[in-house]
Design a protein around this ligand. Sequence first.
Ligand code: HSE
Length: 365
Amino acid sequence: MEIAILGYGTVGRSVRAIAETLPELHVRRILHRREVPELGDLVTLRPEDVFRDAAVDTVVECIGGTDVAREYVLAALRAGKHVVTPNKNLIAAHDEELRRCADEHGVTLRYTAAAGGGIPWLYNLRRQARADRITAVEGILNGTCNYILDAMHREGRSFDDVLRDAQKRGYAESDPSSDIDGLDTLHKCAISARLAFGVPAPEDALPVFGIRAVTDEDIRYFKERDLVCKLFMQAYLTEGGYAAYVCPVLLPSDHLAAHVPANNNLVSLTGRYSGLMSFYGQGAGGDPTGLSVIEDLLDTAYGARIDETLYREQELPLDLDRVKHRYYLREGKEAILTEPLAPGELVKMLRAKDPCDFFVAEIRE
Ligand code: HSE
């Protein structure tokens, strides 16, 4: 397989390093915005060196973002090249368009690393959805938020202190708002819901609450009640519809997800036949994510296709008004436990408020 890597950042570097250990994969070109002296002619600054090179059969997109990445992925697919990408922003925003383009040109688009990083979550979710009936997916899909909440719980450290630490360790996005406001998790929630249920799951219709406003006092309150706070994505089928949203949850301390340490992820599916199945591991980082990209490349090379024909679309409406939970809601110094509310009702209640002014968490009983 002759590969071109677009973008030579953390993941691009790991993809190249791992590919060099495998005789099946040959990195023919790297498109980057500047020269990389130690790589010499392997690196080009000109996109046409990739898209017009008939010998390149597969493109790995590691640029990130949605604009240039979308343009280049479309160019690669139209040029008849398979594409593998770990780019959650791109897939959350444009998966349908890109999938159709891949279909039209008889090539494949794979994005296992777009949610869960090094965990083969999306691959297995999609595989499972062929014959099982997935009724729910949920879990921790943002390492930065888990790192922050875990350190606040275990070490009693403040939010700002731990966030700085997460940034230094390279877990957080360049703008960590995307992590702490739940938007990174929302991308992964939407992608997971689409593969689980075959629904459109438009991101702008899905509720999202983050952890920006959580305080040491909130965490103390939870610990005194033997509860552990985690940022969760969840999506489930309701009678005649589906729900999908992102919100902190308060878990009993014996819940599996309550034990997830540091920047790890834990994500689960519930299937009619499989029951509950969970996937745990590194949701970010160059080598874990790079390896996930490599596995997609090997599947492409060996033709292990999970065809678009097996992506079963369902006409289900978004239904945020069915399942109710109580919520911990703190505004200023005042904390209350709400009556049971559906996510749609919670959104209506908090719509006019500034997310910096309140912290909300769903109580799992
Ligand atoms: N900022 C993300 C995280 C990176 O912390 O999980 C992986 O998507």
